[in-house]
Write a protein that binds this ligand. Structure first.
Ligand SMILES: [Zn+2]
Length: 110
């Protein structure tokens, strides 16, 4: 949230405000969208991002198998790498840990 406010401030004079923020959240982050939404609304209240829309973009958990080279989206509740093709646990998680501000939309204040 601090990043959103800081970015809005850096975007120009105080006469700007944030209308929309897009945040990428990986499936492995175990973040409940409703909780994030609530936290966002609470933390941005009375700031330049007050009443802005928080858009949560899901980033699926993905991985690459070290044995058969299968690459793709992991299914179910992911706790570690399990190959969907050969069942090996030797692999690398390549996605799903994301948690960052992807973009913000800023407009001039009336
Ligand atoms: Zn495999």
């Amino acid at each position: 949230m601090e990043a959103i406010i800081a970015e809005a401030a850096a975007a120009g004079p105080v006469s700007k405000r944030v209308v929309r923020a897009r945040v990428k959240v990986g499936d492995l982050r175990q973040i409940v969208p409703d909780t994030l939404q609530f936290a966002y609304e609470t933390l941005t209240k009375d700031t330049c991002a007050d009443s802005s829309v928080l858009e949560i973009v899901r980033a699926p958990a993905t991985g690459v198998c070290a044995l058969c080279a299968w690459e793709g989206e992991l299914q179910g509740p992911v706790i570690g790498f399990i190959c969907a093709k050969c069942g090996a646990i030797e692999g690398k998680l390549t996605g799903g840990r994301e948690l960052f501000l992807e973009s913000i939309e800023v407009v001039d204040n009336e």
